[in-house]
Design a protein around this ligand. Structure first.
Ligand SMILES: C[S@@+](CC[C@H](N)C(=O)[O-])C[C@H]1O[C@@H](n2cnc3c(N)ncnc32)[C@H](O)[C@@H]1O
Length: 227
């Protein structure tokens, strides 16, 4: 892990900060989730951390940049974790929709992808659409992709989360600006307004319990208490 951390530092790859890392480790150890979904793989640092701190968890992790995917693949392999992880390369906003609505799986998805999720091996039909089976659900979701997409991804993530499952989302306070009443300056306006909307939506949803963790760039822990 030290080597991966050093690589991130040298190459300016943003990875989970130290105190937030400890929160993630504690949550994984306490809950020992069977299936984990991560949005934002980068070079696999947080993914490796979750797998190394759990017993037999499997991880599905989503990353848009092919170069990151290649580095992450190597890192999972170096730590002997390659059989517990599936990396999906693409735009997470599209992928979460597909995962939550499997009948919209695209033809490019291979049959192992279908089998792993409990779909029929030939689930991808000639029209490019899969036969509808139950979507796989997750016990734990680590949300660490683009912050301005958290709000639009939320309905799909909630569909993918089991009852009593947890979502940990990073960077939700955006340097303290999200919880302030001040109308944000132009530079970060969109991201801050979207994060405020994300937090408000979570807090007003009666099927969720949530807690803001005000350390580093701010996290929110969400529990789905009813379906
Ligand atoms: C903060 S980094 C993730 C760090 C990683 N979770 C860790 O702590 O080791 C965010 C990652 O999200 C990826 N990303 C950005 N936009 C994305 C998108 N639309 N879909 C999927 N991944 C995206 C970035 O390329 C970047 O690697």
């Amino acid at each position: 892990m030290k080597e991966i951390e050093e690589f991130a530092k040298t190459n300016n790859v943003p990875i989970l900060r130290p105190q937030s890392r400890q929160i993630l480790i504690d949550l994984i150890k306490q809950n020992n989730p069977k299936n984990i979904l991560e949005i934002g793989t980068a070079i696999g640092f947080s993914g490796c951390l979750m797998l190394l701190n759990s017993k037999n968890s499997t991880l599905t992790t989503v990353e848009i940049l092919p170069t990151m995917v290649e580095i992450a693949k190597n890192n999972f392999k170096k730590l002997g974790l390659e059989n517990r992880v599936e990396i999906l390369q693409g735009d997470a906003s599209e992928i979460v929709k597909e995962l939550a609505n499997p009948r919209f799986l695209r033809e490019q998805k291979s049959s192992p992808f279908c089998e792993k999720r409990g779909f029929a091996p030939d689930c991808v039909g000639s029209g490019g659409f899969a036969t509808l089976y139950q979507p796989q659900q997750f016990d734990f979701i680590f949300l660490d992709g683009p912050k301005s997409h958290y709000f639009e991804q939320l309905p799909y993530l909630l569909k993918l989360l089991k009852k009593d499952g947890l979502i940990l989302a990073d960077n939700v306070l955006f340097m303290g600006e999200v919880l302030s009443d001040i109308y944000p300056k132009h530079k970060h306006r969109t991201i801050i307004l979207k994060l405020r909307k994300f937090i408000e939506t979570v807090q007003s949803n009666p099927s969720l319990e949530s807690k803001i963790i005000d350390i580093e760039d701010g996290l929110i822990l969400i529990k789905k208490i009813t379906n």
